[in-house]
Design a protein around this ligand. Structure first.
Ligand SMILES: C[S@@+](CC[C@H](N)C(=O)[O-])C[C@H]1O[C@@H](n2cnc3c(N)ncnc32)[C@H](O)[C@@H]1O
Length: 257
């Protein structure tokens, strides 16, 4: 089965020995790839919708892996028991859905040692949720495959040396983010809270990847601005986007210095 760069990266972030649940498994591509790497561990795929559930069951059978991979029908982490696995992959879903899955499956999520999360939209909202709800963000990864994908590795504990550690409240998060950006960029005081959360991967990846990612975000904003009619009703939004462009340009300069 062909594996996208994004899924390859996700798989590379999972310890070889760990038992894994892949939530929203669809074609069971992740469980099958994990089973090929090490069939002697627990691998569970969870799927909520009937059609992808059938795909998953059929793909596992076609790969001859029914004895290694268990496909379960259900919602998120709800059909897994605490202690069954150490790692959860939740990827290819929107941030709101991932947050909902973590909320509903809180007991299981708290029992894991690692979560590999691949939100398809608004990753900053997922970061904020994690850090305000007792999770550390261990690292962030960026993968380019026709677009940038952001992958977060998190743990439901306070982990020393993590990229960001859990905080009690938003004020604590603001302080921690400012400190993290200062360490990386020397001067980051005028990045607003949301932008700091949005650009978090640049604190984790190598400089060239960070710069390419930022340039592509800048190009995206420019495209939106160029397509936005220059009328009074769009003025505020245009100003916000122009500010964001300035900020991103400044961060690129700082990284390239
Ligand atoms: C776009 S696919 C992603 C497949 C794969 N995880 C990936 O990253 O490429 C999303 C899958 O998640 C399933 N899904 C959505 N919400 C779910 C939930 N709460 N629990 C389990 N599966 C869910 C959908 O039915 C769909 O098959």
């Amino acid at each position: 089965m062909h594996l996208s760069e994004r899924l390859r990266k996700i798989i590379s972030l999972i310890p070889l020995e760990a038992g894994v649940v892949d939530v929203g498994t669809d074609h069971a591509a992740v469980p099958i790839a994990l089973a090929k790497l090490n069939p002697c561990r627990r691998i569970i795929g969870v799927e909520y919708n009937d059609r992808p559930l059938r795909y998953a069951v059929n793909k596992v059978a076609a790969a001859g892996m029914e004895a290694v991979i268990e496909i379960r029908h259900g919602y998120g982490l709800d059909c897994v028991l605490p202690g069954e696995v150490e790692v959860a992959v939740i990827a290819g879903l929107g941030s709101a859905t991932i947050i909902e899955i973590l909320r509903k499956g809180d007991r299981v999520a708290r029992s894991l040692s690692r979560l590999v999360l691949g939100p398809m939209d608004y990753p900053y909202k997922l970061r904020e949720y994690l850090l305000l709800h007792g999770y550390s963000i261990l690292s962030e990864e960026l993968v380019y495959e026709y677009r940038w994908y952001e992958i977060l590795v998190a743990a439901p504990q306070d982990v020393m040396g993590a990229l960001l550690r859990p905080v009690q409240n938003q004020a604590g998060l603001v302080m921690q983010l400012e400190e993290a950006y200062r360490r990386k960029l020397a001067d980051a005081a005028d990045l607003d809270f949301q932008t700091q959360l949005e650009l978090l991967p640049i604190l984790s990846v190598d400089r060239d990847t960070a710069v390419n990612y930022l340039r592509s975000r800048r190009d995206g904003i420019n495209r939106v601005l160029n397509n936005m009619p220059d009328v009074p009703g769009t003025r505020m939004r245009r100003e916000q986007l122009a500010d964001k462009l300035n900020v991103i340009g400044r961060v690129i300069d700082q990284l390239c210095r």
